[in-house]
Design a protein around this ligand. Structure first.
Ligand code: EPZ
Length: 427
């Protein structure tokens, strides 16, 4: 078990390189199953969710070869097992993408009910709606989801709610189905487009990703490819906010500035300077932070995954901010931790009202989930004194080398082993 020790209050300065997008990587890795061949996937973030996905592929019978820290060759030619090991699929939410990919190639898949961050109820009814519309049957037995079909047929699907996971799973299961599939009311996140681009490189025929309607013409077979994953917009946004919180000057490199527009717009409204270059953005904050009203929404709205990070920034703004969480039921679990640091934040259901304070104080902190954990790290970097952040495994599920990247920006942060309590000593 590890924790971070952070001596905060130092403005961050310098450049930080953004890794590949977690939420694209965790769908593109299962997608390699559909290739039934050799894929080289580049710009994979070195995070635990990617390691779990690679381990699942290997357990299913793929040959997984490390080329370098962020590039793997995955040969799924001889992959034949369709049951994802229970203990692996429970480790992350995105294990549900193995359902769509295995169903698409073999007409059969068994995956345990997925794990991941606890953000309130996380149903998968829209994923199953897509599978059954394509002609599959599903059942849940002893915590395992089973999907089966003798032949998948293209169909018109209108999603009841905009879901990233259901959109991507429907694409995975439809690319090899017979005929045309039309998906309506789909998610438009950059990682949806990235998955479509990768599947097209494998021979799929997908059009319209990034708009409200995706059209898929089923193909008979697919093949291997080389593909490089897009930069992680949420990781980039996290470092942009860290620059704002600490009153620093940070250039965030290897990004697609267009993907960051909802974030850039809000930072400017909060009084930060944001300069955009071809593949980088520079964020500076010299004056006071202004309060904001934020409502999280599907892309291109403000991303829910940055809501906890912006909340930290708004704790230091001059005035009252209001954050409405429009995606998840329970995404303010970090508010109590921020209150321990002296923040004035009141949560009522899906709405948080934040009265800005002059400064936050160091405190012992516990990461309740991935983005809440990153937000607490940023809060601790902005608070004078020594904070400890516990349960950092949540954070390392999604941020490659977060400690080293903050150190390179001048932060005083280190990762230490937490001593395991010895029962005899404790007595
Ligand atoms: C993805 O989760 C991301 N995870 C989440 O990021 C992110 O918060 C979320 O999209 C929204 O952007 C991955 O990509 C692995 P959804 P996902 O299906 O796909 C409801 C992070 O921090 N819904 O778009 O599971 C659902 O309850 C993680 O990196 C249904 O009702 O999210 C929610 O209210 C956390 N039925 C809304 O839709 C369904 O079948 C959006 O969920 C599916 C979803």
């Amino acid at each position: 078990m590890e924790k971070y020790i952070i001596n905060g209050g130092i403005p961050l300065h310098g450049e930080v390189e953004i890794s590949g997008a977690k939420n694209a990587a965790v769908a593109i890795l299962p997608a390699t199953i559909l290739a039934a061949g050799k894929c080289v996937i580049e710009n994979l973030p070195a995070i635990s969710d990617v390691m779990v996905s690679l381990q699942i592929l290997s357990e299913l019978g793929a040959r997984v070869r490390l080329i370098n820290k962020n590039t793997y060759e995955i040969d799924t030619t001889y992959l034949s097992c369709t049951e994802v090991p229970n203990e692996l699929s429970r480790q992350m939410r995105a294990s549900y993408y193995f359902l769509g990919a295995l169903l698409g190639r073999f007409g059969n898949a068994q995956v345990a009910m997925p794990g991941g961050c606890n953000l309130g109820p996380r149903p998968i009814d829209q994923h199953l709606k897509a599978f059954t519309a394509l002609g599959a049957e599903d059942s849940v037995e002893y915590g395992m989801i089973n999907v089966h079909s003798d032949s998948l047929k293209g169909v018109h699907i209108f999603f009841d709610t905009v879901s990233v996971g259901a959109t991507m799973n429907a694409m995975l299961s439809a690319v090899l189905a017979e005929g045309q599939t039309v998906l309506e009311n789909v998610a438009k996140e950059p990682h949806v487009v990235d998955l479509a681009n990768c599947l097209n490189m494998m021979g799929a025929e997908i059009r319209g990703a990034g708009t409200d309607v995706i059209r898929i013409r089923g193909v008979k077979s697919m093949h291997g490819c080389e593909y490089s994953i897009i930069p992680d917009q949420i990781e980039a946004g996290s470092y942009m906010v860290a620059a704002a919180v600490t009153g620093g000057d940070v250039t965030v490199r290897n990004v697609i500035p267009k993907h960051l527009e909802p974030i850039t717009a809000k930072l400017r409204l909060a009084g930060c300077e944001v300069e955009e270059f071809d593949e980088s953005v520079r964020v500076r904050r010299t004056g006071d932070l202004h309060p904001l009203k934020i409502k999280t929404m599907p892309h291109p709205g403000f991303p829910t995954d940055l809501q906890p990070l912006f909340a930290v920034m708004l704790c230091l703004a001059k005035g009252t901010s209001i954050i409405t969480e429009g995606i998840w039921e329970n995404r303010f679990r970090y508010a109590d931790e921020l209150a321990h640091m002296g923040a004035n934040i009141q949560v009522d259901g899906q709405v948080a009202v934040i009265e800005g304070v002059d400064s936050l104080q160091a405190a012992p902190l516990r990461a309740s989930d991935l983005r809440a954990g990153a937000a607490l790290v940023v809060a601790a970097l902005g608070a004078k004194g020594i904070s400890e952040v516990d349960e950092t495994s949540h954070i390392e599920r999604g941020y490659e080398n977060i400690v080293e990247k903050f150190q390179a920006l001048g932060a005083d942060i280190k990762r230490v082993d937490k001593p395991v309590l010895n029962v005899n000593q404790a007595m």
